[in-house]
Design a protein around this ligand. Structure first.
Ligand SMILES: Cc1cc2nc3c(=O)[nH]c(=O)nc-3n(C[C@H](O)[C@H](O)[C@H](O)COP(=O)(O)OP(=O)(O)OC[C@H]3O[C@@H](n4cnc5c(N)ncnc54)[C@H](O)[C@@H]3O)c2cc1C
Length: 476
C-alpha cells in the first residue's frame, strides 16, 4: 500500500471513464490527480449545466438520468480525495511529464502512471456550405442545448448518421426548438438488416425506435438513404438540399444545420504517450491499440471513447478495467469475478457496436461528388479541389505526405476536423485501401494553445518544446 500511495497517478478526463478509473484507484490507495477541460466533471454525455441553471436530471439526461446522477455523485465523492484540476487542457506529453494549459497559465506535471480517458469528438464530412455560420457539428448542437439551454437555430436540419442524430433531434423537439427534418444517409433497409446484431443491448436499440416515433408523431420529416448535396445561404443558412433515394432533389428551408457522421476517438495524447493506433473497419476510423485490459504503453493506460467508441456504459467499465490493470501492475491482485463481469458486459456492448456500425455505414462515397471549390480544411482554407490537384500531381500514398504538400490538416485544429475526410479523399483518388493511407499523426499542441501565453509565461524548456513541435510540423 505504501508503494501505491507514493507513486503518482494522473487521470486525464472526467467523463464516465475517467471518473470510474479514478474512483477505483483512490479506493485502493493511489495518489491521484484528476485533470479535465470542463468546469465540472461529467464529460460529454453527463455534461453538467452551469451554476444557477435549474433543469432536472430527467430533463437534461432523459433515459440516462439515473446513470448521470450516479456518475455525478461518484465524482463529488472523488473530488474530496484527489487533486482535482478542472478547466485544464493537457496539450503535450514528453517522457513522464504532462504539459498543461490552466486558467493560471502554462504548467507541467509529472506522473508515475497515466490514465487517458479523453473521450471522442464528432466526425464531419465536407459538403458545399458546411462552413457557413449556423452549421454546427451534431455534438456541438447538443452541447448548446445541454449546457446553455440554447438551440443553434429556430429551424434546425439534422444531417448524418448514428444514434446521436435521432437523439439530438428528439432532444431539440422536446425542448421546443424547431426541427426542420432528420436527413439520415443510411437507408431504412440497412438499419433493419442490422437490427438482430443490436439485440445484445436491446434497450439502446429500443430507445432509437422511440425517438423516431416521437419525431414522426410531431410530424418532423424523416428522410433515410439520402445524400446531402449542399447547404445554401449567404452569410447564414437558408436551406439544405439532398438527393432522395428515388433520385429527386429535395430542398428544405432551415436556419441551422447539425452535421454528424459518428464519432472519432480523441487519441492524440495516447499517441504522444507512446501508444499505437489501429484502423477500425466498421467505423472507418482509428482507435488506440491496447492489450484488452486498457494497457497502452509502459505505465500508460486508456479507457472510454478515447480508446474505442463504445459509448458511455462501456466507458465506465473500461475506466474501472484500466484502473485494475494499473493496480495489478503495481502488485495488487484484482478480483477475478469482477473482471469477468466487466469483460462479459463489454463483449455485449462490442457486439451492439458492430450492429450499430452495420446500421449506420459512414457514407464516404458522397465525397466523390463534392465540388472542387468546397472547403476541406477550414483552418488553412484548403479546398477539395486543392487536395485533388495535389494528389493528381504528386501521387502521395500517405495522408501525412498530402498534408505536407497542400497544408490540409496543418492548422490550429491539427487535422482533428478534416483528417478523416482528407484520408478518404486520398484513398478514393489513388484507389488505395483507406487503412493504407494512414492517419494524421498526433502532434503537440493537441489542442489550440495561445502562443503568446506559452511564450510569455512558460519556462524556457516548455517554450522550446512548443517551438520544436511547430518546427517538426513545418519540416513535414
Ligand atoms: C459532443 C458529444 C456529445 C455526446 N452526447 C452523447 C449523448 O447524449 N448520449 C450518448 O449516449 N453519448 C453521447 N456521446 C458519446 C459519449 O460522449 C460517450 O459515449 C461517453 O461520454 C464517453 O465517455 P468518456 O469518459 O470516454 O469521455 P467523455 O465523456 O467525452 O469525457 C472526456 C473527458 O476528457 C477530458 N479531456 C479531453 N481531452 C482533454 C485534454 N487534452 N486535456 C484535458 N482534458 C481532456 C474532457 O474534458 C472530459 O472530461 C457524445 C459525444 C460527444 C463528442
Amino acid at each position: 500500500m505504501a508503494e501505491m500511495n507514493s507513486r503518482h497517478v494522473v487521470v486525464v478526463g472526467a467523463g464516465p471513464a475517467g471518473i470510474r478509473a479514478a474512483e477505483t484507484l483512490v479506493e485502493h490507495g493511489c495518489q491521484v490527480t484528476l485533470i479535465h477541460e470542463g468546469p465540472a466533471p461529467g464529460g460529454q454525455i453527463y455534461r453538467q449545466q452551469p451554476g444557477g441553471f435549474r433543469r432536472s436530471a430527467r430533463t437534461l439526461y432523459g433515459d440516462d438520468a439515473d446513470r448521470a446522477v450516479n456518475v455525478h455523485d461518484a465524482a463529488a465523492r472523488l473530488i474530496a480525495r484527489v487533486a482535482h484540476i478542472p478547466n485544464c487542457t493537457v496539450w503535450n506529453i514528453v517522457d513522464k511529464t504532462l504539459y498543461l494549459l490552466k486558467e493560471s497559465g502554462i504548467a507541467t506535471l509529472s506522473f508515475d502512471s497515466l490514465v487517458l480517458a479523453t473521450g471522442a469528438m464528432d466526425r464531419v464530412l465536407p459538403l458545399p456550405g458546411w462552413t457557413l455560420p449556423g452549421v454546427f457539428s451534431l455534438g456541438g448542437a447538443q452541447i448548446a442545448l445541454k449546457h446553455q439551454a440554447c438551440a443553434i437555430g429556430g429551424r434546425v436540419a439534422f444531417v448524418g448518421i448514428g444514434p446521436l442524430l435521432y437523439l439530438v433531434a428528439f432532444q431539440y423537439l422536446k425542448a421546443g426548438a424547431g426541427v426542420a427534418g432528420v436527413f439520415d444517409t443510411s437507408g431504412f433497409g440497412t438499419k433493419l438488416a442490422a437490427l438482430p446484431r443490436m439485440m445484445s443491448a436491446a434497450r439502446y436499440a429500443w430507445r432509437g425506435v422511440r425517438y423516431r416515433r416521437a419525431l414522426r408523431r410531431a410530424d418532423v420529416p424523416l428522410f433515410e438513404g439520402v445524400r446531402p448535396l449542399r447547404i445554401d445561404g449567404q452569410g447564414s443558412v437558408t436551406a439544405l438540399q439532398c438527393r432522395l433515394p428515388n433520385g429527386s432533389t429535395h430542398s428544405v428551408a432551415c436556419d441551422a444545420v447539425a452535421l454528424g457522421y459518428g464519432l472519432q476517438a480523441e487519441s492524440q495524447l495516447a499517441q504522444l504517450a507512446g501508444a499505437q493506433v489501429q484502423f477500425e473497419t466498421g467505423q472507418r476510423t482509428w482507435i488506440v491499440r491496447h492489450d484488452g485490459a486498457g494497457r497502452l504503453a509502459p505505465d500508460v493506460y486508456g479507457a472510454g471513447d478515447g480508446i474505442a467508441i463504445l459509448g458511455a456504459e462501456a466507458a465506465e467499465l473500461t475506466g474501472e478495467r484500466a484502473a485494475w490493470s494499473l493496480l495489478q501492475d503495481r502488485g495488487l491482485k484484482p478480483p477475478a469475478a469482477r473482471l469477468r463481469h466487466i469483460d462479459r458486459a463489454l463483449d455485449r456492448l462490442v457486439r451492439f457496436r458492430t450492429g450499430l456500425d452495420a446500421a449506420f455505414p459512414v457514407p464516404v462515397r458522397q465525397l466523390e461528388e463534392v465540388p472542387d471549390e468546397t472547403i476541406l480544411c477550414r483552418c488553412e482554407t484548403v479546398t477539395v479541389g486543392d487536395a485533388r490537384r495535389t494528389i493528381d500531381r504528386f501521387q502521395p500514398r500517405d495522408v501525412n505526405r498530402l498534408k505536407a504538400l497542400c497544408r490540409t490538416g496543418m492548422g490550429r485544429c491539427q487535422g482533428r476536423i478534416c483528417g478523416l475526410a482528407t484520408a478518404e479523399l486520398l484513398s478514393q483518388r489513388m484507389g488505395l485501401p483507406i487503412e493504407s493511407v494512414g492517419r494524421l499523426r498526433g502532434q503537440s499542441p493537441v489542442k489550440p494553445l495561445p502562443f503568446t501565453l506559452a511564450a510569455k509565461e512558460a519556462e524556457p524548456r516548455i517554450a522550446e518544446e512548443a517551438i520544436r513541435g511547430l518546427a517538426r510540423e513545418v519540416a513535414e
